[in-house]
Ligand binder design. Structure first.
Ligand SMILES: Cc1ncc(C[n+]2csc(CCOP(=O)(O)OP(=O)(O)O)c2C)c(N)n1
Ligand SMILES: [Mg+2]
Length: 527
């Protein structure tokens, strides 16, 4: 006999899942019956929030959905923060949890791990939450999740399996085919956009996280139009060192001026979120007159109306635009590269010198470890580089400092990234405060042989928050939690560690870390 739990594992394998992040409990032991015999690798974090963030980092680094297995009740509530982050950043994540036996649900009898309405709670954060009440429902539920990940803006999905259902017979279940084809761009919309491009003299491209796997067509479009490419944090790594690359926040004055003077803006895979476009809450983002939006999500397109809304995968839509542009008399903007260079210079010059020094720390990491994935937490050098920083690898720069902004994201997300892309060096850059949220996950990095280099920016407290208090005349309170001795802690876990005074010697320390081929911790003691 095959049980539902065993069938679930086979179906996940059939959907291409190779890793799950989870903490088992009595409510999920039946999920592990099939796992032990499968080709799926199981990674055990130290807390379910870590499972969610690892799944997130895995997905962002690889483009493949991240999967978590958690128990009902506290296992799932511990995962919600990571699901909130995945929802905000459109990250494909499948969370599979147990739930108590079917005939006990909703009665409030006080069974172990019971919540009043687990699915109702999950529906508020997940794209959908579905309970499996009999074996036959499982293939379609999974197909629904994987199809959504591929054909709309992705996000977290929750499937719960009651403990009695997990053990039920499920012989003969086969995988339900999921529609994985993203909507194709409407030819009339594309033709309309090509016409606008034909009339434009100062075109510009805004690239968001939705464009990060479309570097080749994006580059061709930028070059064909002579259009500077402004990038949100989630797009960084595209067009590294290209003459048209503007790796700078659309909240910066100089970048906004460039956008304001554009007579055509093509926005690819960006939600115009205020933490990117209005970081200083001054409402000064210039709404472009001729705006062509490309997005895979119709709900997202509806939120910010545009002259033309193209619902499609960014890469496909850009290819379609290029095909149209090649057939039409569309001019190349002759001074795009010149204007991009001027804006890069002005944007960087407009940033406070202390923040520029923090950007330099991130550049030092990039240059010491070419082609690395840098996963950030909410700490000063990450905020700084989100303002201005040109990463050298598409999909190689991500953090939770924008959007949902969950502190503690960095360490587990970096572990997920390292497991997803084993040939890239992976660096987690975290502050002393954020690191303490998820510090025990360094143990999971060691177990999983994920050679993450943890770089801790230790300024002894929640400095960015302290600054925010001082800026508005609030006497700082609650912002100086004393950090532990991170190096001794790392060593207690069996992880080599070294402390630097400032960032001097960072390059050499990173090279030692990389050469060790294991997890490693570098503490930057900030004066
Ligand atoms: C879950 C969560 N709690 C609280 C915050 C608010 N918060 C944002 S940054 C920050 C301080 C982080 O301190 P640290 O990691 O040391 O970075 P620093 O600002 O000192 O560089 C806090 C408390 C948050 N973003 N997320
Ligand atoms: Mg700090």
């Amino acid at each position: 006999m095959t049980t539902v739990g065993e069938a679930l594992i086979s179906l996940l394998e059939a959907h291409g899942v190779d890793t799950v992040f989870g903490i088992p409990g009595v409510h999920t032991v039946e999920l592990y019956r099939g796992l032990a015999r499968s080709n799926i690798r199981h990674i055990t974090p130290r807390h379910e929030q870590g499972a969610g963030f690892m799944a997130d980092g895995y997905a962002r680094a690889s483009g493949r959905p991240g999967v978590a297995f958690v128990i009902t009740g506290p296992g799932l509530t511990n995962t919600i923060t990571a699901m909130g982050q995945a929802r905000a950043d459109s990250v494909p994540m499948l969370v599979i949890s147990g739930v108590n036996a079917l005939d006990t649900l909703g009665k409030g009898l006080g069974f172990l791990h019971e919540l009043p309405d687990q699915r109702g709670m999950m529906e508020k954060v997940a794209l959908f939450s579905q309970r499996i009440t009999e074996a036959g429902e499982l293939p379609a539920a999974l197909a629904r999740a994987f199809s959504l990940f591929a054909t709309a803006r992705p996000g977290p999905v929750h499937i719960e399996i009651p403990i009695d259902v997990m053990a039920m017979p499920a012989d003969g279940l086969t995988v339900a085919s999921a529609n994985m084809k993203a909507p194709a761009p409407d030819p009339a919309d594309v033709a309309h956009a090509v016409k606008l491009a034909g009339a434009a003299r100062r075109p510009l491209i805004l690239a968001g996280g939705g464009a990060k796997r479309a570097e080749a067509p994006l580059k061709r479009l930028a070059e064909r139009l002579g259009a500077p490419v402004v990038q949100t944090a989630n797009a960084r790594g595209l067009l590294h060192r290209h003459v048209l690359c503007v790796p700078a926040s659309p909240s910066l004055k100089a970048v906004r001026a460039l956008i304001a003077e554009a007579d055509l803006v093509i926005a690819a895979g960006t939600e115009f979120g205020p933490t990117e476009y209005d970081m200083y809450s001054d409402g000064g983002f210039p709404v472009p007159a001729n705006l062509v939006r490309i997005d895979i999500g119709d709900d997202q397109l509806a939120r910010h109306p545009a002259s033309i809304s193209i619902r499609a995968d960014c890469g496909e839509a850009i290819e379609a635009l290029l095909a149209g542009i090649d057939k039409a008399p569309v001019p190349v903007c002759p001074d795009g590269a010149e204007r991009a260079a001027a804006v890069r210079k002005a944007a960087f010059a407009g940033i406070d010198p202390a923040i520029r020094a923090q950007i330099h720390v991130v550049e030092t990491i990039r240059d010491a470890l070419p082609g690395s994935i840098i996963v950030g937490d909410s700490t000063q050098p990450i905020y700084a580089a989100n303002l201005y920083y040109d990463h050298d690898r598409p999909a190689g720069w991500f953090n939770a400092a924008t959007g949902f902004g969950a502190l503690g994201f960095g360490p587990p997300a970096a572990i997920g990234a390292a497991l997803a892309v084993p040939d890239a060096p992976v660096v987690c850059l975290t502050g002393d405060g954020g690191f303490q949220f998820t510090l025990p996950e360094i143990g999971a990095a060691l177990d999983a042989e994920a050679p993450v280099i943890f770089v801790v920016w230790n300024n002894r407290g929640y400095r960015e928050i302290e600054t925010s208090m001082r800026d508005v005349g609030v006497e700082p309170v609650g912002v100086s939690p004393e950090p532990p001795d991170f190096c001794t802690l790392a060593q207690a876990y069996g992880i080599a560690a070294e402390r630097l005074s400032g960032s001097n010697g960072l390059t050499e320390a990173l090279q030692r870390a990389k050469a060790s081929n294991r997890s490693y911790l570098i503490e930057i003691s900030v004066e």
